[in-house]
Design a protein around this ligand. Structure first.
Ligand SMILES: [Zn+2]
Length: 397
């Protein structure tokens, strides 16, 4: 009988003595034991399994298969007969807090806004429920959180009751139950009655508190991320620490960190605009200097300049020349980039230039008859590439 299991009979039981009734290895080669009775909760109903020890061997997974509870062990158990076992209470109690918090939050959304919960996930850090509604306003979130915490604070009893299918009609359930026999109801009087096979604390106060952290759109549903119990403190601690670091970097009180960050971003935006204008002026000066050489081919190499910069500089330089071909090359540790461009008053097809240079640097490029650009590996120096580009310019009349 399901209801005789220790985790239902005594949900606060952390250690127990029992008899091993089966030693076996499953299809994947994992050793497990079946016990006469157990306080280990097997994965089910959205609540993860317990962990712990049986005769000092670690229990790594607990699953119910065909009505038997398999306790998967880190290594096979050498002893048989009577064994003592203990469960990891911190893990179990955390699951009880999160899982029961979910009952309450789900009931709060139904009671206040008639948003049913369509799925639930108890993760390692966060818990989520998906509500059957496309959006939930901040006000609605606050109201549901407030109601859930009020129910927690009132420390209402949490009852569990085993009922038959016939007896079920006397209760108004939030959701249809999914089993036919040994139906277990979890009841928070005057608030929620729900079919559930999980483990729960004996009163709502033990959940401590519940905090909604964020929401996320999931197709036609809304996913609510939240935490309960000790996880609220864990989250508060982690977020507080992070925010304190931010506040310290900004030399501002914690509660003004957002305002200080906004100021910093505004200042950065202004600086960027100024820098952009100053850089444009610098390019004008550089272009004037290149154009001032008065040679037909103007060749120059640089370090760490972007393709965009080279193109801009070539454009600005040619705008100041009547007849000129500009060859600009930039090198980084492992790459070469170039631009070769001419005024319309000259006629060589610049594509010839790149078609000769690109194979030498195993590069790729493109362009038109008047301007080409490309990039490749630094197999030769920037100076050598610039000279090669210049030599590749077709001689014209
Ligand atoms: Zn439950």
């Amino acid at each position: 009988m399901l209801q005789e299991r220790l985790y239902y009979q005594e949900p606060y039981r952390t250690s127990f003595t029992t008899t091993v009734i089966q030693h076996a290895i499953d299809e994947q080669g994992r050793p497990f034991v079946v016990l006469e009775n157990t306080a280990f909760y097997p994965t089910g109903g959205g609540q993860p399994h317990d962990t712990g020890h049986i005769a000092d061997v670690a229990v790594v997974d607990v699953e119910e298969v065909d009505g038997e509870v398999r306790h998967y062990l880190e290594s096979p158990l050498s002893s048989g007969g009577t064994v003592s076992a203990e469960i990891d209470w911190d893990r179990r109690f955390d699951h009880m807090q999160q899982h029961t918090g979910q009952h309450i939050l789900t009931a709060a959304f139904v009671e206040l806004f008639n948003y049913p919960t369509v799925s639930f996930h108890l993760g390692r850090e966060f818990v989520t429920i998906d509500l059957a509604t496309e959006q939930v306003s901040t006000g609605d979130l606050r109201a549901a959180e407030k109601l859930a915490n009020a129910v927690i604070l009132e420390n209402r009893p949490i009852e569990q009751r085993w009922v038959t299918q016939e007896e079920l009609s006397a209760y108004s359930l939030r959701k249809q139950v999914s089993v036919d026999e040994e139906i277990r109801l979890v009841i928070i009087p005057n608030f929620d009655t729900n079919g559930c096979g999980g483990t729960h604390p004996s009163s709502t106060g033990q959940i401590g508190s519940l905090k909604i952290l964020s929401t996320e759109k999931q197709k036609k549903n809304t996913r609510i991320h939240f935490v309960c119990g000790k996880r609220v403190l864990d989250q508060l601690g982690a977020v507080h620490e992070e925010l304190s670091d931010v506040a310290q970097l900004l030399s501002t009180p914690l509660v003004q960190a957002a305002e200080a960050t906004q100021k910093l971003l505004d200042a950065q935006h202004t600086t960027e605009k100024k820098l952009e204008a100053a850089y444009e002026q610098l390019l004008d000066v550089e272009a004037a200097s290149l154009a001032g050489r008065k040679t037909t081919v103007i060749r120059q190499t640089y370090t760490d300049r972007s393709m965009q910069e080279l193109q801009k500089l070539a454009r600005k330089t040619l705008a100041l020349c009547e007849r000129a071909i500009v060859v600009l090359v930039s090198e980084t540790d492992d790459k070469l980039q170039f631009v070769a461009s001419r005024t319309n008053s000259l006629s060589p097809d610049m594509r010839t230039v790149s078609s000769i240079a690109l194979p030498i640097i195993e590069g790729k490029g493109g362009g038109s008859a008047t301007t080409v650009q490309g990039g490749g590996s630094r197999l030769i120096s920037a100076q050598e590439l610039a000279e090669l580009l210049e030599r590749s310019i077709p001689v014209h009349a």
